[in-house]
Ligand binder design. Structure first.
Ligand code: NAP
Ligand code: ZN
Length: 347
């Protein structure tokens, strides 16, 4: 086994701290990755604090992993030692179900193997994530990081980037489409940059004006602050697609009125409590209420190549591993512009 060190949550709502554990020796299709950077996703906070229920401890969070290959198994063809690679939210899946056959492994019918707070394919080994110095992953679930993307800025693309890229693509964001992004956080700011690069007319829908200049600087065409009276009413029936990245439970009712006939509101944010809606805003204009989970390995590679070609990177604040607990508190207060990235080399 490979000795690994990490930063783990040991119980819900307690500070994270140092943790020594083991990674498997590389199998024929595995690559061993020296982790250089790992982003902090709000999902890490939800799970480390057991806000979704069922969290397994000790838990090494982190699914926005960027690093360098240090060893490869005997059958590996995709990578060689020294390659810059990424790992996102998935480290395996059944590979044979209808979803996997369609290269949509995140929707694996047997349940994808998530990077942490999940189980490996043996059904018993707990997966541990990227707040650590090393990870061993099957080459089919690793990503190639294009040379144009620095590793620290590539990290947040592995979850935040693809979680917005996937629904923007699926619901056909592009020229002539009005797209709304609810919540300008880690996910939301990637949605703005990617949506604009796809050619859509993008509006940020945020709680107040405090992020307006940032949003316009990222290329957003419009900014809607929901604390202004009647802000939403003035834009009723004008959006083709809205993606909700908000991490808290909010009243969804008013947002459906923003959609055109047949348009969709796609939720990607996962608050602790259910989001309730009344059917009237949906049935009135044949609107759809949909959801989307991260993205597949293929979509993630497409997104990385797209971001490299279009010169898109996240806005990051780099911290040392000792700063993770303070960063969690700042994520919850939305006091981050716009993604924390942990320098794992300092572990
Ligand atoms: P984040 O950086 O904290 O951003 C969330 C944004 O939500 C904030 O910036 C804020 O935007 C808004 N917000 C926060 N509290 C709010 C409140 N009380 N009322 C209204 N708006 C509020 O989080 P993130 O990392 O982008 O993640 C967002 C959510 O997506 C989380 O729930 C996370 O678990 C989930 N997620 C889902 C997937 C998926 O596959 N579906 C993948 C990754 C993450 P404003 O300040 O602009 O209002
Ligand atoms: Zn995430």
């Amino acid at each position: 086994m490979i000795r690994a060190k990490g930063i783990a949550a040991f119980a819900a709502k307690q500070p994270l701290g140092p943790y020594a554990f083991e990674r498997r020796d590389p199998r024929p299709n595995d690559v061993v990755i020296d982790i250089k950077y790992c982003g902090i996703c709000h999902s890490d906070v939800h799970q480390a604090r057991d806000e979704w229920g069922g969290s397994q401890f000790p838990m090494v969070p982190g699914h926005e992993i960027a690093g360098v290959v240090t060893a490869v198994g005997t059958a590996v063809t995709k990578h060689k030692v020294g390659d810059r690679v990424g790992v996102g939210c998935l480290v395996d899946s059944c590979r044979t179900c209808e979803s996997c056959e369609r290269t949509l492994e995140q929707y694996c019918l047997k349940g994808a193997n998530f990077t942490y707070n999940g189980l490996e394919k043996d059904g018993k080994t707990v997966t541990q994530g990227g707040y650590s110095n090393v990870i061993v992953v099957d080459e089919n679930y690793t990503l190639r990081i294009p040379d144009a993307l620095p590793l620290d800025k590539a990290a947040p693309l592995l979850c935040a980037g693809v979680t917005l890229y996937s629904p923007l693509k699926h619901w056909k964001a592009g020229p002539g489409k009005r797209v709304g992004i609810m919540g300008l956080g880690g996910l939301g700011h990637m949605g703005v940059k990617i949506g604009v690069a796809m050619g859509a007319e993008v509006t940020v829908i945020s709680r107040n004006d405090s992020k307006k200049q940032d949003a316009l600087g990222m290329g957003a065409h419009h900014f809607l602050a929901t604390d202004t009276p009647d802000a939403l009413k003035a834009h009723a029936g004008t959006f083709d697609l809205i993606i909700n990245t908000v991490s808290a439970d909010i009243d969804m009712g008013p947002y459906f009125q923003l959609l055109k006939l047949d348009a969709a509101l796609v939720v990607v944010g996962v608050p602790e409590k259910p989001l309730s809606i009344h059917p009237f805003p949906l049935i009135g204009m044949r609107r759809s209420y949909a959801g989307s989970l991260i993205g597949s390995i293929r979509e993630t590679q497409d997104m990385l190549d797209f971001c490299a070609a279009k010169n898109i990177t996240p806005d990051i604040e780099t911290i040392a591993p000792e700063g993770i607990n303070a960063a969690y508190d700042r994520v919850v207060k939305s006091d981050v512009r716009y993604r924390f990235v942990v320098d794992m080399g300092k572990l």
